[in-house]
Design a protein around this ligand. Structure first.
Ligand code: ATP
Length: 511
């Protein structure tokens, strides 16, 4: 398509027309003659408008606007075309969404323009499935879905269905018991909890090789919304826009083998123990505060820091490379895992091969970094698969969405609470943790065997024979928390491993 500048005659539609296009809840007053010129670059499906109206300039604070999605056929006559755009994504600015109608010089241009826009969009025949969690965050997910997500999806002519979750685990139950291949994508409108359920459900299916190919996404409607920060979707509009444009990235997942429960859990964000797990799980009682719940919990727990006893073995990234997976057929989507009868598999669960779950903890070849309960206690232990563990807190500066490793940070008696406090205020744990008493290592996986916690830093004095006595002396409570992407799990031995590029996720930038 080649179209010369100023070819389009601009004629803003009536407010009534826009309302009927976008739904009754939308109220937009279009200033008359807001654009002096429109140019369309025929080779790239990007439409640049030059704005002259000072009112709109003020509103968008931008001179060049991009028409980023959707075109509807004219409501009034064959030569009208209505498009809708969002202002350029900027991290801290809520996007402004406006519908603009063009009156075209000739009716053929309408189809050309519409098909050029359509080529930039995700155009699935199968519907997108949304899980909307009305319980997450400050309980506004349903409102956000009805007022922003659903109208944008309708405008872009993308079919969708939605399920409002009624209880914890609801999304997981649905995805484990239905034919997930009837959907083009699966998106959680929630915090990280329902997105975790989506990841876990797809990877735990017998047909996980095929299920993992379905694009997944999340639109932030929880309290921490870490995933939305990691994906560049600080606003609901941007999350929806990534679905409409179909911009995706491969993402690593972690598997967490729970040795006593003989279960495997797949997740996206992190595995935390001690301080970070305590504050994450305990913050749930402050859910009504929204995102402030984490800050308040972080402060309370910092002043009552527990000292955990645990044995830990870490498999560093530069350590021995795990043997090639017998499941080298990872991409053969027709394969179903055999019925669960492999006697070497302690969990008998479906999903990708876990290399580290059967390796003894004292195998120094695989786990050369050893932290033992008999030495210093642990106050802090967090393995991040992604940089942001809340939308306003960055736990890792090296973790990446498809980095292929976990950034493991840990510390014990040297933890400096005042520096930790300043990190929480500034929203970032520094890469160099020396001032905080934290060590960092890039790892393929690790094993953690927790015993419990006490308030003091006493050293382990007994030898092997006195182990039980020492435990009784030093472990005041065998309670505590292990948290996987914010979800609580019992205090049992866990083996955690990263699985590279396991899923495809909607993200603001496909890079
Ligand atoms: N209808 C429901 N009633 C109660 N709990 C639910 C319901 N639907 C989902 N859940 C559970 O609620 C928990 C919290 O949900 P979610 O993660 O969406 O919100 P959040 O905890 O506020 O956000 P974040 O994880 O970002 O802090 C999840 O474990 C999810 O499984």
């Amino acid at each position: 398509m080649s179209v010369a500048e100023n070819r389009w005659l601009l004629s803003p539609p009536s407010t009534e027309t826009i309302r009927s296009t976008l739904g009754t809840s939308t109220s937009i007053a279009m200033p008359s003659r807001v654009f002096s010129s429109v140019s369309v670059d025929g080779s790239a499906p990007t439409f640049t408008l030059t704005v002259t109206d000072s009112h709109l300039l003020w509103a968008t604070n931008a001179v060049a606007l991009r028409l980023v999605y959707a075109a509807t056929p004219s409501l009034d006559n064959a030569t009208m075309l209505t498009v809708r755009h969002l202002s350029q994504p900027r991290a801290t600015h809520k996007p402004i969404s406006i519908a603009i109608a063009f009156k075209l010089a000739n009716s053929g241009d309408s189809d050309a323009l519409r098909s050029a826009i359509a080529s930039t969009l995700f155009a699935p025949e199968k519907p997108v499935l949304f899980f909307v969690n009305p319980f997450g965050g400050v309980r506004h997910a349903s409102k956000l879905f009805d007022s922003i997500v659903a109208p944008m999806m309708r405008f872009a002519c993308i079919p969708f269905v939605s399920i409002e979750t009624t209880h914890k685990g609801h999304a997981e139950e649905v995805l484990q018991s239905t034919d997930v291949h009837q959907y083009s994508a699966i998106v959680a409108v929630s915090g990280d909890g329902v997105f975790h359920e989506v990841c876990n459900a797809l990877m735990s299916r017998r047909d996980w090789r095929a299920a993992r190919k379905i694009p997944i996404g999340t639109i932030g409607a929880g309290s921490s919304n870490a995933m939305n920060q990691n994906l560049g979707h600080l606003f609901v509009e941007y999350g929806t826009l990534s679905i409409i444009k179909g911009t995706t990235k491969p993402m690593d997942l972690i598997s967490v083998t729970l040795h006593d429960s003989k279960k495997v859990v797949y997740s996206h964000l992190n595995m935390a123990f001690a301080y970070l797990a305590d504050l994450d799980i305990e913050s749930d009682r402050f859910r009504w505060m929204g995102r402030e719940k984490v800050t308040v919990s972080a402060l309370l727990r910092l002043f009552n820091l527990r000292k955990y006893r645990a044995n830990v073995g870490i498999a560093p990234l530069d350590g021995p490379i795990p043997p090639p997976s017998p499941q080298s057929d990872l991409n053969d989507t027709t394969i179903l895992d055999p019925a669960q009868s492999d006697p070497t598999d302690i969990t008998q669960c479906y999903g990708p091969k876990r290399h580290f779950e059967v390796t003894p903890l004292n195998d120094l070849q695989t786990f050369p970094i050893q932290l033992t309960a008999a030495n210093d206690p642990l106050s802090f232990f967090a393995a991040s698969n992604l940089p942001w563990i809340a939308s306003d807190f960055q736990a890792s500066h090296t973790a990446a969405i498809d980095g292929g490793f976990l950034d493991v940070a840990y510390g014990g008696k040297d933890i400096r609470r005042i520096n930790m406090l300043s990190s929480f205020v500034s929203g970032s744990l520094p890469e160099d943790g020396s001032k905080h008493g934290i060590e960092r290592v890039k790892a393929r996986g690790f094993r953690l065997q927790p015993f419990g916690w006490s308030w003091n830093m006493d050293r382990w004095k007994g030898g092997a024979a006195g182990e039980e006595r020492e435990k009784a002396r030093l472990v005041k409570s065998s309670g505590g928390h292990v948290a996987v992407s914010g979800e609580p799990f019992g205090m049992e031995t866990v083996t955690v491993e990263v699985h590279e590029k396991m899923v495809t996720v909607f993200a603001a930038s496909p890079k």
